[in-house]
Design a protein around this ligand. Sequence first.
Ligand code: T46
Length: 131
Amino acid sequence: MSIIRWLEFPKLDDSRGCLVALEGNKTVPFDIKRVYYIFKTQEKVSRGFHAHKDLTQIAVCISGKCRMILDDGKSREDVWLDNPNKGLLIESMVWREIHDFSIDCILLVLASEHYNETDYIRDYSKFLEYM
Ligand code: T46
């Protein structure tokens, strides 16, 4: 089974442009406790390189594009995020890396938990041991 799970959000278009609404426990399948966004990532810089013990997130690229690698310890897949009405669901215990950010990339992330550094596994060999 693929690790890649997309959520497609309803896009409300009218003559003025587009609007996407994200609602916890509705369009987003959890209670949203935290929202953060990553932007102005410099050329050739990659981010991530960690997994979370207990955190579900949805990543939506609301401007530009970037490439996300997801790895569950058995297989590794990569996808481009470049659509503001598609969210990538990232479950607990999935290693993620983000590469090839365009300079205009804004990556919005919705998280099921508050920030907690002890939830991170930042060492790939420890991640594999944990699995
Ligand atoms: C993830 C990917 C997609 C906070 O203080 N609060 C926060 O909510 C977050 C997310 C980070 N931080 C601090 C921790 C570090 O000192 O901000 C700094 C940069 O975080 P990090 O190096 O973890 O950033 P990324 O881009 O490597 O990873 C982030 C998320 O941390 C992570 O959960 O899945 O984006």
